[in-house]
Design a protein around this ligand. Structure first.
Ligand SMILES: [Zn+2]
Length: 322
């Protein structure tokens, strides 16, 4: 099974599959953290809704939807990622035109969270009570950018974050370097888009090297300032450094407990790191998880990097004494 079919295993998909049997809701909202895949995932839902066989992927309807060329299935925006109020006006007008080929019409708004509030407001009435045989399907990655009035009028479907093994298995056919893929999924964020991006990123290897070097060489407060300055020079990768460090900590912990490391090749890179024992590793993992959380709240990055580095040192210090 390829990564494009992972969505079919989700509860979100099953909900719509069930609605197909018992009657569709008039408006849906697909929430997914994976903004890069949103359009593709929405296409999968369009096929499920419109295809007689429930999204076979091969019939004329499915093929036309794949090409975004079906007369009764409209994607918005057609190009780019901006949705203007005029586009919404056109959609509303078009929703009153009868379906041309099928018994229903489907409008998909990709990135509905990027619609200006005016456009969202225009859509309200249609969302609440679309013309007969019309289904509106919104897709968004940031639910908070949608007006509460929009959210209350749609049936919400959430795409979950995928597990590492699930992502690995699904991506292997298209990302054949298993070792590299393992690293990409384990420092990704549980989305297909990010895992593929990391797999294709030539920086991945150097990020692993840098993070290993940091764990091996950072042993004093002075080192903290040096390494936080280095991290800030590549601040767009701050989250990656946290994720990679967590991966090293997990493997070091597994090894210290006599268990098998997930990434034995990567683990070799931190061989020289000192002061890490069970206590300091568990501590470092907790602090790293907290750093990831803080990063998602737009914390000051320099302070966050320093805080995290000091916490790792502090853990080594605490657990040395005990
Ligand atoms: Zn089909």
């Amino acid at each position: 099974m390829g990564s494009d079919r992972l969505i079919e295993r989700t509860n979100a998909y099953k909900v719509v599959e069930n609605d197909k049997k018992h009657g569709f809701f008039h408006a849906y909202l697909l929430l997914s953290k994976d903004a890069k895949r949103l359009r593709e995932d929405m296409k999968t839902f369009a096929k499920l809704i419109m295809c007689e066989k429930g999204g076979c992927g091969e019939c004329r309807v499915c093929r036309l939807i794949d090409k975004e060329n079906h007369a009764d299935v409209k994607f918005l925006p057609e190009k780019g990622d901006k949705i203007l109020t005029e586009d919404v006006n056109a959609l509303i007008e078009e929703s009153y035109v009868k379906p041309l080929e099928e018994d229903k019409k489907l409008f998909l708004i990709v990135g509905a969270d990027k619609m200006p509030a005016v456009a969202q407001n225009k859509l309200l009435k249609t969302l609440e009570e679309p013309p007969a045989n019309v289904i509106i399907f919104l897709g968004a990655s940031n639910e908070y950018a949608l007006l509460p009035t929009v959210r209350s009028r749609v049936k919400t479907l959430s795409v979950p974050l995928y597990g590492e093994q699930e992502l690995y298995d699904a991506l292997l056919p298209e990302c054949p370097d298993g070792e590299k893929l393992r690293l990409a999924v384990s420092c990704g964020d549980g989305t297909i888009g990010r895992a593929k991006e990391l797999y294709g990123d030539t920086k991945l290897e150097s990020l692993f090297d840098f993070t290993a070097e940091l764990l091996v060489n950072m042993n004093s407060s002075r080192d903290v300032l040096e390494y936080s300055a280095k991290i800030m020079k590549m601040r767009e990768h701050l989250g990656d450094v946290f994720n990679i460090a967590a991966l090293y900590f997990r493997d070091m912990l597994a090894e210290s407990e006599g268990a098998k490391a997930d990434n034995p090749v990567a683990l070799e890179k931190v061989r020289g790191a000192s002061g890490f024992n069970r206590g300091s590793l568990v501590y470092a993992l907790e602090k790293t998880a907290e750093a990831v959380r803080r990063a998602s709240y737009n914390a000051n990055e320099t302070m966050l990097a320093e805080w995290w580095l000091f916490a790792i040192l502090e853990g080594k210090h605490i657990w040395q004494k005990s």
